[in-house]
Each structure stands twice: as structure tokens, then as C-alpha cells.
Design a protein around this ligand. Structure first.
Ligand SMILES: Cc1cc2nc3c(=O)[nH]c(=O)nc-3n(C[C@H](O)[C@H](O)[C@H](O)COP(=O)(O)OP(=O)(O)OC[C@H]3O[C@@H](n4cnc5c(N)ncnc54)[C@H](O)[C@@H]3O)c2cc1C
Ligand SMILES: NC(=O)c1ccc[n+]([C@@H]2O[C@H](COP(=O)([O-])OP(=O)(O)OC[C@H]3O[C@@H](n4cnc5c(N)ncnc54)[C@H](O)[C@@H]3O)[C@@H](O)[C@H]2O)c1
Length: 486
């Protein structure tokens, strides 16, 4: 539609859409805007590709893939003996480096170039309505104006607890845990969420002696309780220590080692300590004060990802705190891109109803997540406890995943558990959780059932192939029917 005016060194350039933050989400907003015929610029202060490509999804999954593959192979009779040795840690780290492109972003910059999205390097800051300044590395400043929309896609960063002297300890956050170049002898992991569970799994298998310090009752507290229980059990069997109900009260580094003091009075020594204690929005140095929004806050948006109270500002991905997951942020990006384009074209009415083209409805109803631990955890929709807290009536259908023929063939002594939640009033599936080897690949069927609001009666006709682990769907339906009295 519009041409970019001028070059990078110009004082001011105008675009239809200006995106701040070139993580997976920002890239997708720019791509969708461009696909709709709008001009788009994107501002990035670090690496194009964002946290996901360099310090989160890609490196963590590259570290975990050999761990899970070895664990799976060790459960297959006839193959077990061939995979008894330790992992080749140097090769695993090199494989991880390959997946991060050695922390270089030329490939992703090339893709943005190829689709006509202009990349600006530097810190993007909002400077009043529809204006963004870019502070370059040498102190130069450029001004970008947006004709239609500014999309904030600046993601999140790890938060550290407020412990005295913690900076001197040089703690790991998710960044170091995914990019370390050597295996620490002893690794303490503080936290019980997804990052803690995945990174404890990876580093224990790579040769560290891992101790996980969980403040609450167990691992993965946002998922069904059996998920955290099975993952903790497997971590312990792998040699890690998992301690619950314990908090760190202080940390010091002396002579190379870190000593943590715990609230039960005990001390724990480690070579490195990872704090996997949650995320904060990257909105503190974003110029939000120039438009009356509190710096450092998560940005609250409507279902088209437009910031409440604004007609030009969008916030997409982690920064809006709806679902801190790459695939869900990219989904939001597709919705936001379509909404920006429709509004730019003057479309009188957007499709913002439930499941409409301009409403990120799945954020409320069908967020899928796979935790790449051993066993894997895969979930979509609310947990039973969340449904109860929300006052929703659900029927809980549990099934021991080891009871299906495909599970036994997949792994000797298969251990796993599955749960389906049904809204009995409609009746449709509203959520599911699978824990067990290979569980991640079971999830998309559940996501389709939830997002599609497929009636349980119709699911009887979606016949799972024999002998796959997906036969758990048949067992779910039988258990549900039997619970109804047949
Ligand atoms: C260890 C770990 C593993 C994870 N694994 C998974 C996984 O397996 N699957 C999954 O779905 N999710 C995973 N996640 C979550 C996932 O990483 C995030 O949900 C995803 O990165 C969010 O994408 P985003 O584009 O919103 O933000 P980010 O990826 O954080 O990108 C934001 C970008 O904005 C840039 N930026 C910030 N402020 C400015 C500014 N003012 N000016 C210019 N640029 C700026 C940043 O440099 C960054 O490049 C993981 C997270 C962690 C920590
Ligand atoms: N495979 C995946 O999909 C994947 C992998 C990693 C991360 N992620 C996403 O990234 C986000 C961040 O993950 P995360 O694990 O860092 O955050 P999280 O919020 O999931 O977990 C943080 C945990 O740390 C605990 N905690 C907070 N402060 C603490 C303290 N001072 N001491 C002890 N414990 C403390 C919290 O109780 C919580 O259980 C999540 O939303 C997650 O979904 C996804």
C-alpha cells in the first residue's frame, strides 16, 4: 500500500505498522500486516528471533531431545542395552548451538528482508501516540511514525527474587540455563514451574547433580497434580533431588561455589544456581509513560490484542500476559495482524465474536502446552481445579495411560496418566491432560476437540488407530459412558 519514506539514516520514516520487538510474535505481526498489503517496520534491540530462538524454546528443546530419546530407547526391550552409556554432553551442547545458529540472527533478518519488512536495530520506545523512537548502538536516534498501528511485542524476561547480594552470586536465569557451554558439577534449581522442570531434566541427564528447591507442594503447580508427581518421581529416579515446601533465604558465592541458605535452616552448596522463578514484562524502558501507561506493567488487551482504551496500540505475545507460549503468541499475532489490516481498510464491523477471525478466543478456551520432561506432559484447556475455581461444571474422566495397547508397545513398563474434562451440559470436551512418554504428540487431537467443541457423541466416530497411544480416546469415551450408567 504505502512505500517506506527515506532510508535508515533519515530522521523520520513512516510505515503503516510499526512493531517493537522481533521475537516470534513480532515477526508474525509484521508478516501478517505485510501480507495484507500494509508497510511494516520492526525494531529489535537484541537478536531478531527473540527469546524463543536463542534462550528459550529452541535451545531448551535441543538440549532435551537427546535426553528424552535416550529415556524412550531405554524402555524398549532389545534396544535398551545399546543406550546404557552417558550422553555425549559436548555433542548435545554443539547440537544446541546449531539450533540457535550460534546466537546469530542473519537467517531471520534475511527472511524479514525477503518479505519486505524493514528491520531497525536498537531500543524502541513509544514517544506519544503512533510515534516510536529507535535508539541505535552509537547514540543515534530515529523516529518511526505509524499510520495505523504500533504493536508492542517485547516479550518477557526472567525475574529474580529479592535476595540480598544475589547479583554477586551470578545466578543462572533461563538464559544461562539454555546457553551454558559446560556442565556444572552441582546445579541447584529454584522454582517448580516449567523452566525448572525442563532444565532440571536436561542438566541432570547431561551430568550435573541437580537439586530442585520447590517453594510449593510440588512441580508444575499450574497443571493437573499427577503431572508434577510423575515428573518429580522420574527426576528422583534419574538421580536428582526434588525438595518441596522449601524457600531460599540467602545466597553467597565463595571460592567458586554457591551456598544457599534455606528457610528450614539447612545449607545447600552448588556450583551454579538457576532461578526459574517466573517472568516480568519487558515494558519498563518502552516510553509507556508518554501515553499514560505505567512502565513495567503487563499490557491488558481485548481479544483483538488491542490495548484497552487505545485505537492504535496493540500488545501481542508474552507482553500481554494471556499465555506465555510461542505458539499462542503467534496465534495472537495472526489475529492482531488481521484486525489491524481490517481496521486500516475501514472495515465497518470486525469479526470479534467468540471464535471470530479477529478474536483470540483460544486464549480463553484452548491453550495447548507441552512440557518436554521425561515423562512429557501435555495439556489443553483448564485443569479440574481451575474449572472448579471458575464455577464451571465439569465431569472428570481419568484413565491410566499404561492401560492402552499402544503404550505397552511404546515402552516397557509404560507409566502415564490421562484426564479428560467434559462439560456435561453440552456435552463437549473442554480440557485434557496426558502425562507419559510420547504424550506431546497426543495433544493436537485434544486441542481440535476443544477448539472445535466436538460433541462427545461424534467423537465415537473418530476412531483411533490400533495400536497407538491415541486409543486412550476410546477408553475416555467408554469411561465417560460407563459413568453415565451405560
Ligand atoms: C527456557 C524457556 C523455554 C521455553 N520453551 C517454550 C516452548 O518449548 N514452547 C513454547 O511455546 N514456549 C516456550 N517458552 C516461552 C516462549 O519463549 C515465549 O512465550 C516466547 O518467546 C514469546 O515470544 P514473544 O515474541 O512475545 O517474546 P520474545 O521471544 O521475548 O521476543 C521479544 C523480543 O523483543 C525484543 N525487545 C524487547 N524490548 C524491546 C525494545 N524496547 N525495543 C526493541 N526490541 C525489544 C527482545 O530483544 C526480543 O527479541 C519458553 C520460555 C523459556 C524461558
Ligand atoms: N515447554 C513449554 O511450553 C515451556 C517451557 C518453558 C517455559 N515456558 C513458559 O515460560 C513461562 C515462564 O516459565 P517459568 O517456569 O519461569 O515460570 P512459572 O511462572 O511457570 O513458574 C515459576 C515458579 O517459580 C515459583 N517461584 C516464584 N518465586 C519464587 C521464589 N522466590 N522462590 C521459589 N520459587 C518461586 C512460582 O511459585 C512458580 O511455580 C511460563 O509461562 C511457561 O509456560 C513454556
Amino acid at each position: 500500500m504505502d512505500q517506506a519514506q527515506g532510508h535508515a539514516e533519515d530522521a523520520e520514516s513512516a510505515y503503516d505498522v510499526v512493531v517493537i520487538g522481533a521475537g516470534p510474535v513480532g515477526e508474525n505481526v509484521a508478516d501478517r500486516a505485510r501480507a495484507a498489503g500494509l508497510s511494516a517496520a520492526i525494531v529489535e534491540s537484541e537478536l531478531v528471533g527473540g527469546e524463543c530462538s536463542y534462550w528459550a524454546c529452541m535451545p531448551s528443546k535441543a538440549l532435551l531431545r537427546p535426553v528424552i530419546a535416550r529415556a524412550d530407547a531405554r524402555r524398549v526391550p532389545g534396544l535398551r542395552q545399546a543406550v546404557q552409556g552417558p550422553l555425549d554432553a559436548a555433542a548435545v551442547l554443539a547440537h544446541r548451538d546449531y539450533y540457535t545458529n550460534n546466537w546469530k540472527d542473519d537467517g531471520q533478518v534475511g527472511w524479514l528482508d525477503s518479505i519486505g519488512v524493514r528491520v531497525y536495530r536498537g531500543q524502541g520506545r513509544i514517544d506519544g501516540p503512533k510515534r516510536v523512537t529507535v535508539g541505535g548502538p552509537d547514540g543515534e536516534r530515529q523516529v518511526l511514525t505509524a499510520r495505523h498501528a504500533v504493536a508492542v511485542c517485547t516479550g518477557s524476561r526472567a525475574v529474580l527474587p529479592d535476595l540480598p547480594g544475589l547479583a554477586d552470586v551470578r545466578p543462572w536465569t533461563s538464559r544461562e540455563a539454555t546457553s551454558a557451554q559446560s556442565v556444572p558439577g552441582r546445579l541447584a534449581v529454584v522454582g517448580g514451574g516449567v523452566v525448572a522442570a525442563e532444565m532440571a531434566t536436561a542438566w541432570q541427564a547431561l551430568g550435573s547433580r541437580v537439586t530442585v528447591l520447590v517453594r510449593g507442594e510440588g512441580l508444575l503447580p499450574k497443571m493437573e497434580p499427577f503431572a508434577g508427581e510423575l515428573v518429580a518421581e522420574a527426576l528422583r529416579e534419574a538421580g536428582a533431588e526434588v525438595r518441596t515446601g522449601v524457600s531460599v533465604t540467602s545466597a553467597v558465592r565463595e571460592g567458586g561455589a554457591v551456598t544457599l541458605t534455606l528457610d528450614d535452616g539447612e545449607h545447600l552448596e552448588a556450583d551454579e544456581v538457576l532461578f526459574a522463578t517466573g517472568r516480568a514484562p519487558r515494558t519498563d524502558d518502552l516510553g509507556l509513560d508518554t501515553i499514560g501507561i505505567e512502565p513495567g506493567s503487563w499490557l491488558t488487551v481485548d481479544d483483538s490484542c488491542r490495548v484497552e482504551g487505545s485505537d492504535w496500540l496493540y500488545a501481542v505475545g508474552d507482553v500481554n500476559h494471556r499465555a506465555l507460549l510461542t505458539h499462542q503468541g503467534k496465534y495472537q499475532a495472526r489475529i492482531a495482524g488481521a484486525a489491524i489490516a481490517a481496521r486500516a481498510a475501514g472495515t465497518p464491523l470486525l469479526e470479534t465474536d467468540r471464535w471470530g477471525a479477529h478474536a483470540a478466543t483460544a486464549d480463553h478456551a484452548a491453550v495447548p502446552q507441552v512440557v518436554f520432561t521425561d515423562p512429557e506432559v501435555a495439556s489443553v484447556g483448564p485443569t479440574a481445579a481451575e474449572a472448579e475455581r471458575a464455577g464451571r461444571r465439569v465431569r472428570v474422566v481419568d484413565y491410566d495411560l499404561s492401560g492402552v495397547a499402544g503404550a505397552g508397545l511404546y515402552a516397557d513398563g509404560y507409566r502415564g496418566q490421562a484426564r479428560m474434562l467434559v462439560d456435561p451440559d453440552r456435552p463437549v470436551v473442554v480440557g485434557a491432560t496426558f502425562v507419559g512418554p510420547g504424550a506431546g504428540e497426543l495433544l493436537q487431537a485434544a486441542t481440535i476437540a476443544v477448539a472445535g467443541e466436538v460433541p462427545v457423541e461424534r467423537l465415537w466416530h473418530a476412531v483411533p488407530a490400533y495400536p497407538t497411544i491415541s486409543e486412550v480416546w476410546l477408553r475416555f469415551l467408554e469411561t465417560y459412558r460407563d459413568g453415565d450408567g451405560g
